[in-house]
Design a binder for this molecule. Structure first.
Ligand code: 7RM
Length: 632
């Protein structure tokens, strides 16, 4: 069985061993899985290209490790619990046997519809069990899944379908979220009008049963296609380094990139990190509230928990429907033991009042987790007090889409607790701080740019279709290091606190966004000449979006603002809508024409006092005007 660390002393010992002999350490973990053929070499790497390979020559199928190997000992144990959006609707459960059967039937359905090993399948689905089933079905036959968060617009969906040249799209008819019904099939139809020539089939899962249009020869109903499919499906033999999935994420420039994860290393790391961070014990009920459209859902709703033989729950709805007690109601109802959510959800629920959690019995809880953005001290304390009753550990888990799994975090109740600190790196993870010249900053009580100086099994292998971009974004800043894009502090005891992004990426309610991406969307409005987007501190969302817009011959009023919001919703989705739009006559630029975001960030945060030296700007006079017109 995959190692589960039981004390802080053991952690320090294991950590040291994992750094002294990383290959030995990871080989030992990897041997706890089922491989069709063993690997010939544990690791080969070179960060300059980059070229990273783990468990070279090893053959496996991740779903045999998620499902088949559990059938003997825990076939009748519940693998998956599904809690519906509407609390009056009955919840569903799947035992490992049942989940195995459903995945096999679905895999056969995909094969019957022409999906083969290596084909890309796009998902645009609500949080229903069929999403998990079909994702695993792809993995079973060696097809590559690319899950797109269903809050993205048709344009954004089309971009992702085209970039990965997907052969199939799997969607639902409608999504139910809170009191809203979202016509997802219609969004897919619209996306497919935008040159998505690779798509041959749209498989539609009947979720709400409301009416949709079906296109002949392209669109098929899941319930028709699944009928009569065989209940077993031989898993495809995958190479350790074959692609398991692509997941798009935003960066500081241009369009989102397709982060590529591969089978072997991802399997080993997600299982290991899951078991240790959450200190999962047999029989526990584990719940991560993330959407499977993000990496957290991939690694810690589906793969990590199932690999570990856990009972994992997925929730279709939102934290405030039908009321702000929903999360706590679900914890009581299913006797949840580990609860994993985002700071933005904690802050939103905190704002609804302290009484909500008091109405429910939260005694089953053992570990509380957070992820996605820095957690402020107030939210940390509220979580600790009101949910954890001052008894439960909080694991503040720092990681990224690119890291595949949790990199820095406490391990359940083993690790020391320090508000706003994520803590120590996991075994095998060689974090470091560097200064802007790329020199490593050693010692305690230091601040710098957060890097990782040695490979780990679940690290990004490439950005789909553009390896050079992967090199440039992550491996070119500092030689021999993976650069995270975050700044961090290391305290006297070696614990890390994440300060936040140091690049042009913003984090709005835990959703990662490129400021350039939002600017490009705003610039699509015909009367916009130029725009600049920055993040600013926001009580609930962590960061809000502040847009400075130069317009052409148009009354700068709220009607125009509304049009801009519509354009952004159309280009990206509602999550990217600016909270504030300030019309300006010019943007502060350096002599080389670069926008001075530092100044714009300061003004957006309401701090106009010390803007630093603006005299070197091309147009210092605009700063005064921007300051005068700043929105509070
Ligand atoms: C898992 C995920 C990654 C970015 C990352 C950070 C920020 C994530 C934390 C955090 C402070 C945390 N993947 N971030 N977790 N910041 N404390 N515990 O969120 O690719 O979508 O985002 O999120 O800036 O670089 S992600």
């Amino acid at each position: 069985m995959t190692l589960q660390i039981k004390s802080l002393e053991e952690y320090h010992k294991v950590y040291k061993g994992s750094i002294d002999q990383p290959e030995k350490f990871w080989a030992k973990q990897a041997r706890t899985f089922e491989w069709r053929k063993p690997w010939k070499k544990v690791l080969e790497y070179e960060f300059d290209s980059p070229n990273v390979k783990w468990f070279i020559g090893g053959k496996l199928n991740i779903t045999e490790n998620c499902l088949d190997r559990h059938l003997k000992d825990r076939g009748d144990q519940i693998a998956l619990i599904w809690e519906p959006n509407d609390p009056s609707q009955v919840y569903k459960t799947y035992t490992y046997k049942e989940l195995y059967t459903e995945v096999c039937r679905c895999a056969n359905m995909l094969k019957a519809n022409g999906i083969k090993k290596g084909d890309r399948v796009c998902f645009y689905m609500p949080m229903v069990p069929e999403l998990t089933i079909a994702v695993l079905a792809c993995a079973r036959i060696g097809a590559i899944h690319s899950v797109v968060f269903a809050g993205f617009s048709a344009n954004a969906l089309a971009d992702r379908i085209k970039d990965a040249t997907c052969k199939m799209v799997i969607c639902s008819d409608y999504n139910a979220r809170g009191a809203k019904l979202i016509p997802v099939k219609a969004v897919v139809d619209e996306a497919l009008t935008m040159d998505c020539d690779s798509v041959e089939t749209v498989l539609v899962f009947k979720n709400t049963g409301d009416k949709v249009k079906m296109k002949r020869n392209r669109d098929k109903w899941w319930h028709n296609e699944i009928e009569g499919q065989r209940k077993t499906c031989r898993a495809a033999q995958m190479d350790s380094e074959d692609i398991l999935f692509i997941l798009y994420t935003s960066g500081s420039t241009g369009k989102p990139k397709g982060v590529v994860h591969t089978c072997g290393g991802y399997m080993v790391y997600t299982c290991f990190s899951f078991k240790n961070v959450f200190q999962y014990k047999p029989g526990d009920i584990y719940w991560c509230t993330a959407d499977i459209g993000w990496i957290t859902g991939h690694s810690y709703i589906i793969y990590g928990p199932l690999l570990a033989g856990a009972t994992t729950m997925m929730f279709e709805g939102v934290p405030t429907f039908p009321d702000a007690g929903r999360f706590w109601h679900i914890c009581e109802k299913h006797k949840v033991n580990q609860f994993y959510t985002a700071p933005t959800a904690i802050r939103a629920l905190m704002a609804k009042g302290d009484h909500w959690p008091t109405h429910y019995d939260l005694n089953s809880l053992k570990v509380l987790g957070t992820v996605g953005e820095p957690i402020n001290e107030e939210a940390w304390n509220w979580y600790k007090e009101k949910i954890g009753k001052n008894k439960l550990p909080i694991v503040d888990t720092w990681w990224q889409t690119e890291t595949g799994g949790i990199m820095i975090s406490g391990l359940g109740d083993i690790s020391p607790q320090k508000p706003t600190y994520a803590g120590y790196p996991l075994p095998g993870i060689q974090m470091c701080l560097v200064n802007s010249d790329g020199k490593e900053i050693r010692g305690k009580d230091k601040e710098g740019l957060l890097c990782i100086k040695f490979p780990w099994p679940s690290m990004i292998r490439t950005t789909y279709g553009d390896h050079e971009r992967c090199r440039q974004v992550y491996f070119s800043a500092f030689k021999g290091m993976y650069f995270t894009g975050d700044g961090a502090r290391r305290d006297k005891k070696g614990m890390y606190r994440i300060i936040g992004r140091v690049d042009d990426v913003i984090n709005v309610s835990g959703h990662r966004m490129g400021t350039a991406e939002v600017e490009n969307a705003i610039n699509e409005h015909p009367q916009v000449i130029e725009s600049a987007v920055v993040g600013y501190p926001h009580d609930i969302k962590g960061q809000g979006i502040y847009a400075y817009v130069i317009s052409q011959d148009k009354a700068v009023d709220d009607a125009f603002r509304k049009e801009i919001l519509q354009v952004v919703t159309k280009e990206i989705g509602p999550i990217a809508k600016p909270d504030k739009i300030q019309f300006v006559s010019g943007l502060p630029k350096t002599r080389s024409g670069k926008i001075m975001r530092r100044i714009l960030r300061k003004i957006a945060s309401g701090d106009t006092s010390r803007l630093g030296d603006v005299s070197t700007l091309l147009n210092p006079e605009v700063v005064k005007a921007i300051k005068a017109g700043a929105l509070s």
